[in-house]
Design a protein around this ligand. Sequence first.
Ligand code: OOG
Length: 255
Amino acid sequence: MTAPEDTASALARRLDDAAQSRTDTPSLADDHTIDIDDAYRIQNELLERRTARGESVVGIKLGFTSAAKMAQMGVSEVIVGQLTDAMAAEDGGDLELSTFIHPKIEPEVAYRLSKDVDLDDPSVDIESCVDAVAPAMEIIDSRYRDFRFTYTDVVADNTSAAGYVIGPWQSMRSAANLVVRMEVGSETVTGSTAAILGDPVHALHALVDIARRRHIPLRAGYVILAGAATAAVRLDEGVAQCSIDGLGTVSVNGV
Ligand code: OOG
């Protein structure tokens, strides 16, 4: 753009309608020029539509935290999206697949904020605001056809956020260099938490920087998903389970 207000609203509506009707939409970049500021503006408008329907923002997710994904997208910066209560699935519970367009699942590490992070304090220590860590999985469901999107497209689309499931919380501890194994139906992927910016705790520090620049509050109680430890796997009917050595196991049942 830089897009006029009404264009940002119209694009947020287009993405929200796609999610609600489970119908994919072409890349916004096919017919609009949007910059990264526009993209976060569209994301905020998208979240305003959700909160107007009664959802609450309960956390933040990071994306592009692996070197492989950054290289694939040709970017060097992480991206963030916002999680709402309606996206939460229960550990071991059922996940209604008909509510998605073409869901994929990825293994993640989750952190929990025990207090607000004061972003106005230049020396704020986000690690001192975290009291717990857990194994988790994120369901990504790009609203774009065939997951074909540009960097700004995916930010506008709330970084494909669609669902998440958190395993048992452990008291805050290092999650560095832990083996990750995710089984989805007959497919197994393995990796390491080191794929998440070298150590998932680095995602927390990256988040402070981006939250300051994008005026995203980080509130007590928020769940922070640090980013994927492996490539995403297509989610079909059946159990998806992720185990992270030393952290625990989390699962969800696609129905
Ligand atoms: C974008 C979301 C990527 C991650 O962990 O890198 C993401 C997508 O691939 O649809 O969540």
